[in-house]
Design a binder for this molecule. Structure first.
Ligand SMILES: [Zn+2]
Ligand SMILES: [Zn+2]
Length: 246
């Protein structure tokens, strides 16, 4: 057997408590606790498989450089404990950063600024492309290039028998919000956004078509994170941002 953890590394035990789900009796609580812990392992290890395949692709390009990793997590059963199931993973030492956020309303500058953040977005784009828009790895977060606590959103039916733990709407949101970065370009990924000058912006208002649709109630999100709160302050009104999105 190959040892799971290298000697001298600290580990984290995460207990997935079901109390907040309004469960009643103990048996139900244990079942929920089991389901949550298993789902956590299943999701993260699936995302890990995707990032391994992507890593092999990214490493064919010398210019790409270091590639982020999603660390493995393991299911642990502690029979004497009231909440018996937990997950175990290596403890990541250093500043924990959320490179992507669940609802898209927050803007995390590190996400756009840092190399790790940009590469996480590129990985999301690659998975989105490879699964033809049916699966998205969400909640990219961790320390530097080492990620954990990720989520997966799938289309309603699931993708190849796999159902994610995040809402399908995250996929639509990613499609509407993602702007390609230099790492997307290195991997030859094509922009998910319509060409902005002709189709995405109306000259009269300066609002993007997504924001206009949102004002008309035809679209759930704004065109960019800032617009999801207040579409009248449309992000794409700013000429500097406008030219960046081409
Ligand atoms: Zn991209
Ligand atoms: Zn906008």
């Amino acid at each position: 057997m190959v040892p799971v953890f290298t000697q001298g590394h600290h580990c984290v035990l995460k207990v997935h408590n079901a109390i907040s789900y309004g469960t009643q009796n103990n048996e139900e609580l244990v079942q929920k606790n089991y389901n949550l812990a298993v789902e956590e392992c299943h999701v993260q290890n699936t995302a890990r498989e995707y990032i391994k395949v992507w890593t092999a692709v990214a490493q064919t390009q010398d210019a790409f450089g270091e590639v982020p990793e999603i660390i493995p997590i393991y299911l642990v059963h502690r029979p004497s404990n009231d909440i018996p199931y937990a997950t175990l993973e290596e403890e990541l030492m250093g500043e924990f950063v959320k490179y992507s956020v669940r609802d898209g309303k927050e803007i995390n500058l590190k996400r756009n600024d840092s190399e790790a953040g940009q590469k996480c977005c590129t990985f999301q784009h690659w998975v989105y492309h490879k699964t033809e828009g049916n699966l998205l790895v969400t909640d990219m977060q961790g320390v530097g290039m080492r990620l954990t606590d990720v989520g997966i959103a799938t289309c309603k039916k699931g993708y190849k028998g796999f159902k994610g733990n995040c809402a399908t709407s995250f996929i639509d949101q990613f499609k509407a919000l993602h702007l390609c970065n230099k790492y997307c370009e290195i991997l030859g990924l094509k922009s998910l956004q319509p060409k902005p000058k002709k189709t995405n912006v109306t000259p009269d208002t300066g609002l993007s078509i997504w924001c206009i649709k949102r004002l008309l109630g035809q679209w759930k999100y704004g065109c960019m994170n800032k617009c999801t709160e207040d579409v009248l302050k449309c992000y794409r009104r700013l000429p500097v941002r406008f030219s960046q999105s081409t």
